[in-house]
Write a protein that binds this ligand. Structure first.
Ligand SMILES: *Cc1c(COP(=O)(O)O)cnc(C)c1O
Length: 363
């Protein structure tokens, strides 16, 4: 069996270091907002050649706190891609704002910059882009639009640690880069964790305040905050894995390249483009008979996933929150997309095995 993902195998190379770090953690006896969180924040900032990273509890909170940091007014509108994981849209709703969905480009699966202007109104305050599947959005036209209309830009980088557009890292374009370190992400903790990369010291200090009950100083609360601190133990594990992030990404890119070069043309594959350094959080293909293909692979002992089986506009939870429910580009991607094994836990031989079986599929 080739499973879609195996976290145990993925983390095996780090196990001894995790154990040693945990022993040190027990010894120290400092459990919340200690040295490990501060050091991880510094190291993750340095990875991006930036100064301000605030650790938070998870990726959803990273998005919510970024929005809250901007002091938008209730009912203000935020532009977001129709093709995303629901967390991005939930963050907007949880922050008291209105999500305005914009269709993706069918070639990149990411928000189509050309479709954004039609969605801008006098209530629009921000664009929340999502670098889906590990590929950056086309940030040049997006940043230009944001500047023209004075919109904040928040990047959902949950799937894009180390991804680049024109040589620049995901999370460093907008006002905020929101990261998740959920265990399956390219940089994954052993539990929930997240971070916000901020452009200004003021935003960084405010995110730190928001994550800790709105308090700047113990028991003094200036604003309404949350309990959304990055866990000290998770920070210590992330510090062990961060130096290997580039190696993890290189490995996933190598597997992706094997798929792209060897899968036959009955599958629609991700397009390569020199402007984009794709870190393949997910390697997906499109196929009109996706469900039958998924079943066929399962019968051949190959695990796959669908990201995502239900489009946001079809989620019952969102029925009172969206203005339109008609997003044909996104709907088609949701119907046809299939994610193939492409993890740090997989070998090239695993992927060549998957390719051999896939190329024998008769549609
Ligand atoms: C994983 C993910 C999130 C949410 O991250 P959590 O840490 O699970 O809260 C948000 N957006 C996208 C695109 C994701 O893939």
């Amino acid at each position: 069996m080739i499973p879609y993902e195996s976290l145990k195998i993925l983390n095996r190379p780090f196990e001894e270091k995790f154990k040693a770090r945990f022993a040190g953690f027990l010894e120290k006896g400092w459990y919340v907002l200690g040295e490990e969180v501060s050091l991880f924040e510094e190291e993750f900032a340095a990875y991006h050649d930036e100064k301000y990273v605030a650790g938070v509890a998870n990726g959803l909170d990273a998005l919510i706190l970024s929005l809250r940091c901007c002091n938008f007014k209730k009912g203000d509108e935020v532009i977001v891609p129709s093709n995303t994981y629901i967390a991005t849209i939930l963050a907007i709703i949880q922050a008291g704002l209105i999500p305005v969905l914009v269709e993706p480009d069918s070639r990149t699966y990411n928000i189509d910059p050309a479709a954004i202007p039609a969605a801008i109104t006098d209530r629009t305050v921000a664009i929340m882009v999502v670098h889906l599947y590990g590929q950056c959005c086309e940030m040049d036209p997006i940043m230009e639009l944001a500047a023209q209309h004075q919109l904040k830009v928040i990047e959902d980088c949950a799937q894009a640690h180390g991804a680049k557009y024109k040589g620049k890292l995901a999370g460093t374009f907008g006002d905020f880069g929101a990261f998740s370190f959920y265990p399956t992400k390219n940089l994954g903790a052993l539990g929930d964790a997240g971070a916000v990369l901020c452009k200004t010291e003021a935003d960084y200090l405010k995110i730190k305040q928001l994550r800790n009950y709105g308090s700047e100083k113990k028991y003094h609360n200036g604003i309404i905050g949350y309990n959304s601190r990055l866990d000290e133990l998770q920070a210590s594990f992330l510090r062990i894995k961060l130096p290997y992030l580039d190696e993890i990404n290189t490995h996933k890119r190598k597997l992706a390249q094997l798929y792209t070069e060897n899968l036959n043309d009955s599958f629609i594959k991700p397009k390569s483009d020199p402007d984009f350094y794709n870190v393949f959080h997910i390697y997906n293909i499109l196929h009109p008979e996706r469900d039958r293909l998924k079943q066929y692979l399962l019968e051949n002992n190959i695990g796959t996933e669908v990201h995502y089986p239900v489009a946001p506009q079809d989620q019952p939870a969102l029925k009172d929150y969206l203005r339109s429910f008609d997003y044909p580009v996104s709907a088609k991607i949701h119907q046809q997309t299939l994610s193939l094994p492409c993890s740090f836990a997989h070998t090239e031989a695993d992927v060549l095995g998957v390719i051999r079986i896939l190329n024998k599929f008769h549609s």
